[in-house]
Design a protein around this ligand. Structure first.
Ligand code: TRP
Ligand code: SF4
Length: 325
């Protein structure tokens, strides 16, 4: 059986974009493979080092969301990166063999250092982000790593670092394969990519009245200024959500009604609201139970940590021996 591993930085409550972009894929993978899913809290610190105050809450909220959507701790190993100190040791050893030029030419790194203006990312830790990520992966000898396209350059680096390790010290680690998650970016309420930082996200934990308000405030096709203006649904984020959550009949009704000005935007939005609320209902029910029993999250993590630690310790025993340490 192939081993699958993936991680997520703890950014707090997850939204529909995470659900369709990542979690649906994890749910599918956990049925077919041995899966390891972990909270990358050290990776969060590579960019949020100046404010660690929210990290504990964010870890908790994120794991609650994982469990609420059906990531199953009986099937998958759910753990916390910083609980397995062996990742840090392997990261250190990998840093000895990783040429600086590989890290400096990493497009994701260059882009972020340029674009992110509100934090100083000229740090050793941020440059070494993919080295730590490589340690996360190979310490479990993972075969497949499901990630979005934005993470593909990191994975390529992980493969290069793994090859270099194997070349220097003998074949030890499988080269991790990238399992590209092919989901179109989910659009947020303003038509841009759904993201917490754009303030345009619908969260898995949003109660029905909040969902209603967010949908009613959504941007629409700017060409439809008046009720009598005809619209183009393909330019409208409301239609984008209809295509995911509504029945084929409703989608057809929207398509027809929008292009002929047969329906109004309010009417169109109102027909979308119940389907999103309904889709989230079972998730939120489970979430409410977990919030009532917060110990469950701690138990899941400590059980997962234990399982992960055992494997990580075995790998590191071998690595130390190989490196004569
Ligand atoms: N960098 C990943 C992200 O931001 C998180 C991550 C850390 C990860 N280590 C990993 C993903 C190992 C896959 C495998 O989404
Ligand atoms: Fe968008 Fe619906 Fe209005 Fe058309 S009718 S512009 S699809 S909200």
């Amino acid at each position: 059986m192939k081993r699958v591993l993936s991680g997520m930085r703890p950014s707090g409550k997850l939204h529909l974009g995470h659900y369709h972009g990542v979690l649906e894929n994890w749910l599918k993978l956990q049925k077919e493979h041995e899966c390891f899913f972990f909270v990358a809290d050290w990776h969060a610190l590579t960019t949020e080092y100046n404010d660690p105050s929210t990290i504990q809450d964010n870890i908790k909220e994120m794991v609650i969301d994982w469990l609420s959507v059906g990531i199953n701790p009986e099937r998958s190993t759910i753990f916390l990166q910083s609980a397995i100190k062996e990742h840090a040791e392997l990261h250190l050893l990998l840093s000895m063999i990783t040429p600086l030029s590989w890290l400096e030419r990493n497009p994701t790194y260059k882009e972020q250092v340029e674009e992110v203006k509100d934090k100083d990312l000229h740090t050793y830790g941020f440059l070494g982000y993919p080295v730590l990520q490589t340690a996360d992966i190979i310490i479990y000898k993972a075969n497949m790593v499901p990630v979005g396209i934005d993470q593909a350059p990191h994975l390529e680096l992980s493969r290069e670092i793994t090859r270099r390790f194997n070349f220097l010290y003998g074949d030890t680690f499988p080269e991790p394969q990238t399992l590209l998650t092919e989901t179109p970016k989910l659009l947020g309420t303003d038509g841009r990519k759904m993201s917490k930082s754009y303030n345009n996200a619908i969260f898995l934990s949003d109660p029905p009245d909040v969902i209603e308000k967010k949908i009613l405030h959504m941007m629409t096709d700017p060409a439809r200024q008046r009720r009598t203006d005809k619209g183009n649904p393909d330019l409208c984020p409301v239609y984008f959500l209809h295509k995911i959550y509504s029945t084929p009949e409703t989608i057809a009704w929207v398509g027809q009604g929008c292009t002929t000005a047969g329906i109004g935007c309010i009417e169109c939005k109102k027909s979308l609201i119940p389907s999103i609320i309904k889709m989230l209902e079972p998730i939120q029910k489970k979430r409410a139970e977990l919030v009532k029993n917060p110990d469950v999250v701690d138990q899941v993590l400590s059980k997962g940590n234990e399982k992960a630690k055992k494997i990580a310790q075995e790998t590191m025993a071998w690595v130390r021996k190989t490196l004569k340490l």
